[in-house]
Write a protein that binds this ligand. Structure first.
Ligand SMILES: C[S@@+](CC[C@H](N)C(=O)[O-])C[C@H]1O[C@@H](n2cnc3c(N)ncnc32)[C@H](O)[C@@H]1O
Length: 277
């Protein structure tokens, strides 16, 4: 049988009956990876695939059968207007994290500030802020060298000069009074969260925290009370039901004037607070 688009679309229809999004992902894959144009997809459906095109499509089908997310298959993730390189060494950036970046980019900070993106992963938060704020001095830290290698690929791809990478177990390698702002999207899922069943390809240590998902938030908050300058701001993305607990952690470690930001569904997903003078 001729290996044209109809042939592969039939295979995908059969294999992913219950997952209609795979059909859309296939179209996206054809455009991104095989550089197919709209005409190749919607008009020339009888065009025979070359051996290398057919082999790439078979690879896509096998990976989707194994449940691998599209972003890892194409090694690219769209985040805050840009494409970031991703692979299984880092978390795939999430839409809710764009809210965190948007909050920082629209906040009325002084012109020149020093920011830490703690647990930078792919670098998506720090780089997105650096691109919009060339006067800010931004650092991205992670304890995973694998993650830092991915962040470094992205830093180089965007050719940004105001973003530096540092290996650190949370804030342990920074001096006191180092930053005006610390931002983090830390691991905050509990180890028995049912969502983890669908996240088997993402780094476990990027997702899961002990102590009801709050252990890393507690550690970062305690360390931030020394590493932040007085009056400095600490900002988290956290779980949909964690804002009250994060608020009380802020209080425990000397932070005041806590506030939360709601996502587009009206859920408090970001909280921030200021270190007392
Ligand atoms: C939820 S991911 C966030 C990644 C990225 N900032 C984002 O928003 O997509 C959490 C990150 O924290 C890092 N991390 C976990 N424990 C850490 C620790 N003890 N010290 C430093 N980084 C840590 C993980 O390697 C991971 O990159």
């Amino acid at each position: 049988m001729s290996k044209n688009l109809n042939y592969f679309q039939n295979i995908i229809d059969q294999a992913f009956k219950a997952e209609s999004n795979v059909k859309n992902e296939f179209i996206f894959y054809l455009k991104e990876k095989l550089q197919f144009k709209d005409d190749d997809i919607y008009v020339n459906k009888e065009k025979i695939f070359t051996d290398s095109e057919a082999s790439l499509v078979n690879d896509f089908i096998q990976k989707k059968k194994a449940g691998i997310p599209l972003d890892y298959i194409i090694n690219s993730s769209k985040f805050y207007e840009e494409e970031f390189y991703v692979d299984q060494r880092v978390l795939i950036p999430r839409p809710e994290t764009e809210l965190l970046v948007d909050f920082v980019n629209s906040y009325d900070f002084p012109k020149k500030i020093k920011i830490l993106d703690a647990g930078t992963g792919s670098g998506c938060i720090g780089i997105s802020i650096a691109l919009k704020n060339p006067n800010f001095d931004i650092y991205g830290s992670d304890y995973s060298l694998d993650a830092l290698n991915v962040a470094s690929l992205n830093k180089n791809a965007f050719k940004i000069k105001n973003f530096s990478l540092i290996c650190s177990d949370w804030l342990s390698c920074f001096e006191e009074d180092s930053f005006d702002v610390i931002i983090s999207n830390p691991p905050y899922i509990t180890k028995d969260d049912k969502h983890l069943d669908n996240l088997i390809y993402e780094p476990y240590e990027a997702l899961v925290a002990s102590d009801g998902g709050l252990a890393d938030i507690k550690t970062i908050t305690e360390q931030s009370s020394k590493i932040l300058k007085k009056g400095g701001m600490l900002i988290y993305e956290h779980g949909y039901d964690q804002s009250d607990q994060v608020d009380s952690i802020f209080n425990d470690f000397g932070f005041i004037d806590s506030k939360s930001v709601k996502d587009y569904q009206g859920i408090k997903r970001i909280s921030y607070s200021f270190l007392t003078y």
